[in-house]
Ligand binder design. Structure first.
Ligand code: 4AD
Ligand code: MG
Length: 429
């Protein structure tokens, strides 16, 4: 097999064959430096006029950006080379000469790059983001797996809404209308009663009408759900998971964070405990800056920014008014107007990363809530069953993967955190 650039250090002083694409090229007349990328890294191939066959030197002279090529040579350490190693090429084979690759090393506008997303993901920064995405997902899975959770995924085609009926995507299903899942939560509640502690991880869909840097119409959510867990317990769980995930990226993805020029001193501060404040306390913070904010209103992005500004780590806001939260939220036994809900708001203006809480576990009350919100009772019959057959307190949350990646990578807009973003005005490529 050929050598992946990511493993190149093991080949110091030895012969290796690398297969990839031309990322960039520098020439000094006598020497060509080809920057070859293969997805696992970038390696400089050195081809000097005096030391290599002149046909190879000429091939290297002609090769264009993103042409596919195979280089065989001797690997050597060189502090000046990007990555610390280079390969002294003995043989260069071009598989295909790319013509007029549209994304040149200069800066491009986002309007230009988005329709080129299938090619844009080859660039260094986008590559680093997708690698960190992988690490974050793996870290979350490991976190729950290590604690004995069972991954029980939930359906994507569903008969009912979870998070309100205004953002549903309908799908025609053999003459019926079903919807793309907004969240796996309701099914998670069933699997939690079967398996104790579970999580699901999958794509979720919301027909968002707003065009913001925090909203996609298709995004991925990691959702744990635990039987016999209460609001405090679910906040502890979210806190532990977040710390674990950030530590893991700091440890495993140093290079990628460097490529992104991420200020890691900020990430190093992500340690327990995170502040926990009530909705009411959050309103007091907002009112210091925005006098007219009404108690009872939901927070928008600017309010979340105001709340998070006074802290350099994520914080939890709990006990939101029941009226601004979903039908399934359990009410505070001491104040019916409040829900046992929690959001985790990230630092650096990223906004809400997690939404969750304790679920209504009483049959009659839940049925009342479903009716109050004019939800189709029939579609929730099975969900109500969970309250009829061994109901118990239970809680869970959903972590938005793309927003989490945007925060950890320090990128402003979540469209860069998924290979192919789906937004109000974008379904291509
Ligand atoms: O707060 P949300 O709506 O909570 C739920 O869906 C619960 N049913 C989850 C649960 O308790 N199991 O969404 C959870 C998270 C948000 O905090 C946010 O990070 C992300 O999902 N999110 C979005 N991310 C990108 N684009 C969108 N349109 C998003 N909507 C929510
Ligand atoms: Mg929410």
């Amino acid at each position: 097999m050929h050598t992946f650039i990511g493993d190149i250090a093991r080949y110091d002083g030895k012969k290796a064959t690398i297969k990839g694409w031309l990322y960039n090229k520098r020439s000094s007349g006598k020497v060509h430096f080809l920057l070859v990328r293969d997805g696992t890294g970038i390696l400089q191939a050195v081809i000097s006029k005096d030391e290599t066959d002149h046909t190879i030197f000429e091939t290297a002279d002609k090769i264009t950006q993103e042409s596919s090529l195979i280089v065989t040579g001797i690997v050597r350490k060189d502090a000046r080379a990007p990555g610390g190693y280079e390969i002294v090429a003995k043989k260069v084979e071009i598989l295909q000469m790319a013509q007029d690759y549209p994304i040149t090393p200069k800066e491009h506008s986002i309007e230009f790059l988005l329709p080129q997303r299938h090619l844009w993901i080859r660039s260094r920064k986008q590559n680093a983001i997708l690698r960190i995405r992988h690490e974050i997902i793996k870290a979350c899975r490991d976190f729950f797996d290590n604690r004995g959770f069972i991954n029980a995924d939930t359906p994507i085609l569903t008969p009912a809404s979870v998070e309100g009926t205004t953002t549903l995507f309908p799908v025609e299903y053999y003459g019926d209308t079903v919807y793309l899942s907004q969240s796996g939560q309701l099914y998670n509640e069933a699997t939690a009663a079967a398996l104790g502690k579970v999580y699901c991880f999958g794509p979720t869909f919301r027909a968002e009408k707003s065009k913001t840097r925090r909203h996609l119409t298709e995004f991925w959510m990691l959702e744990p759900e635990v039987a016999y867990l209460d609001l405090d317990g679910v906040i502890d769980l979210a806190e532990d998971m977040t710390v674990y995930m950030v530590q893991r990226v700091l440890k495993m993805r140093k290079e990628e964070l460097k490529v992104l020029e991420r200020d890691i001193t900020k990430l190093k501060k992500i340690k327990k405990p995170f502040p926990r404040i009530t909705y009411k306390e959050a309103v007091d913070i907002i009112r210091k800056k925005e006098k007219n904010f009404k108690y009872g209103d939901d927070f928008g992005a600017p309010h979340e920014t105001i709340i998070s500004e006074s802290f350099n780590k994520p914080l939890f806001v709990h006990h939101y008014p029941a009226a601004v939260k979903a039908f399934y939220m359990k009410r505070d036994p001491n104040d019916e107007s409040l829900s046992l809900s929690v959001d985790m708001i990230g630092p650096e203006g990223i906004g809400e990363l997690i939404g969750g809480g304790q679920r209504e576990d009483d049959y009659e009350i839940l049925l009342k809530r479903i009716k109050e919100r004019n939800l189709p009772e029939d579609a929730y019959k099975w969900y109500l069953d969970l309250r009829k057959f061994g109901t118990c307190p239970h809680a869970g949350f959903g972590l938005g993967i793309e927003r989490t990646i945007a925060w950890i990578c320090g990128v402003k807009h979540i469209r860069e955190t998924i290979s192919f973003p789906r937004m109000l005005e974008r379904i291509y490529p």
